[in-house]
Design a protein around this ligand. Structure first.
Ligand code: HEM
Length: 481
């Protein structure tokens, strides 16, 4: 009798699991939304995305096959992959309050709810409060004040290039990372890191920054498991496993090292309450922590935001500068026209080389409808930026596979340029990054003629994890007479 009961129980569980799986996998079929075949019940489409040469190009490949709105699964979570600009407009702008969060990263899970920074904030209250405090950091009026510091860092950058042998092939990406780290530390935190002068790489933050891009936490074993089960309570297990791993001294991933050590970098300023300081990012945050008004920042949010500004601000800009330099070397005539053309040149570099596609997502926080689609709470909208950037119908008559800055002279759809995202949650550092890129490039071109290495074909080796970056950008710099 007991055996029979156990048998019936197991059969019932098996039946329920099958029903659940069938229900989930027929999710898009029931909604008449096309979806590529799923190769793994546990991973969903993630196994195909992770094993593809390029995550973002795989999204594009599927867009070409299944159209501008199609469905995927990350584990059991439904994801709408979208390159339809009207749909994106609804999600990122018109219905922003219903899509105010991004996919939760593993590092944010580990930081915990109380330490979520502006990038990871999930509730509208948490995000609005922090963004309101941080917005003045890179306002138009602040930009002018920051320019002299930025230019003095660029002077050191040129000095360092000058001390390398002219006409030799160099990997300029290295120089850019040092430059943008100095710039962000000085402008945001008032700290003179001077990593450009530290040729022996003794600066621990620079070392860790390099390590972080080599070992992306999201792509570690636990990071991947977290992505598969991120919508369930089980996701917290990854945090406990991670802490256990740390406890048995199996090493600390760099992101965690950073978030744990950032306070050593900013603590001295935090303690100097009554001293006069320039109104940089750190001062805005310190004032917000000490504020008597409602909507203040907690000290842990302050440290967490310092971490996100340092990591989001340095690497992204240096990668963009590296792509710009690659394009300058490949299209040498542009170097002569760049003073008039710089904005369009940069726009075209961003079109051909988007670097942060995986952050362009929004989580649905409340059931809603977009056009004919009923979007359920918990599902994710992922932008397929490659399909937008290489959509011939959007970009005029010049081939989208060719580099033509002048295509940006024509007016386009406001969401056609999404390299910095869109809507209220667009990149907070966009203005600053563009100022840094323009200032550095004009200075570089004034001093040097940028030449390709001479290798044919002159191509980049692209690494794609959380960010899409070249392994290195080698060029030959010839001093202008
Ligand atoms: C070329 C350089 C950069 C690129 C390509 C870039 C790209 C992006 C993108 C695509 C997003 C997501 C936007 C969205 O979801 O709509 C983002 C968000 C963000 N970026 Fe940047 N970024 C750059 C530079 C910077 C800099 C210099 C800083 C700070 C100093 C910064 C700080 C942030 C922060 C804090 C967010 C989160 C904003 C929020 O959720 O409210 N970024 N960035």
């Amino acid at each position: 009798m007991i055996i029979l009961l156990v048998f019936i129980l197991l059969l019932t569980i098996f039946f329920l699991v099958c029903c659940y799986i069938h229900n989930r996998l027929s999710y898009f079929v029931r909604r008449s939304i096309p979806s590529p075949p799923v190769s793994s019940l546990i991973y969903g489409h993630l196994s195909q995305l992770w094993s593809a040469d390029s995550y973002s190009k795989q999204l594009r490949k599927w867009s070409l096959q299944y159209g501008s709105i199609y469905g995927l699964f990350e584990g059991f979570r439904p994801v709408y992959v979208v390159s339809d600009l009207e749909f994106i407009q609804e999600v990122f702008i018109s219905q922003f309050t219903r899509f105010c969060a991004r996919r939760m990263l593993f590092i944010h899970r580990m930081l915990g709810d109380r330490q979520l920074n502006v990038f990871g904030a999930r509730s509208i209250e948490q995000w609005t409060r922090q963004r309101r405090i941080l917005n003045p950091t890179y306002s138009i009026s602040k930009m002018k004040q920051l320019l002299p510091t930025l230019e003095s860092c660029t002077d050191i950058f040129i000095e360092k290039l000058t001390s390398t042998i002219s006409n030799e092939i160099i990997n300029i990406q290295e120089f850019y990372l040092r430059l943008s780290m100095d710039i962000i530390c000085r402008t945001a935190f008032g700290i003179k890191t001077d990593v450009q002068n530290d040729l022996n790489d003794t600066n621990i933050y620079l070392k860790k920054m390099k390590e972080m891009s080599d070992n992306d936490l999201e792509y570690t074993f636990l990071g991947k498991i977290h992505r598969i089960i991120s919508t369930t309570q089980l996701a917290n297990i990854c945090t406990y496993l991670f802490r256990f791993k740390q406890w048995i001294n199996w090493g600390t991933p760099t992101d965690v090292w950073f978030s744990e050590h950032i306070h050593q970098l900013v603590q001295p300023r935090f303690k100097q309450i009554n001293q006069e300081h320039t109104l940089d990012l750190l001062q805005l945050m310190i004032d917000a922590v000490h504020s008597e008004k409602e909507g203040k920042l907690t000290p842990s949010e302050m440290f967490s935001n310092a971490f996100v500004f340092l990591t989001a601000g340095a690497e992204t800009t240096s990668i963009s500068l590296a792509y710009c330099t690659y394009r300058l070397a490949r299209h040498s005539t542009i170097q002569e026209e760049i003073y008039n053309e710089i904005n369009n040149f940069i726009r075209e570099v961003f079109r051909m080389h988007p670097i942060a596609i995986q952050v362009l997502n929004r989580e649905c926080m409340e059931n809603t409808r977009i056009g004919q689609y009923n979007i359920e709470k918990g599902s994710l909208i992922q932008v397929d930026l490659h399909s937008i950037n290489f959509n011939q119908d959007l970009w005029g008559f010049q081939s989208v596979d060719e580099f033509h800055p002048e295509r940006h002279l024509d007016k386009r759809h406001p969401l056609a340029n999404m390299g910095f995202g869109a809507g209220p949650r667009q990149c907070i550092g966009m203005r600053f990054a563009l100022m840094e890129i323009k200032s550095c490039l004009t200075r570089l071109i004034k001093e040097y003629n940028i030449k390709p290495t001479g290798e044919e074909p002159y191509k980049l080796n692209i690494h794609e994890k959380f960010l899409i970056m070249p392994e290195k950008v080698c060029v030959r710099l010839v001093k202008r007479s």
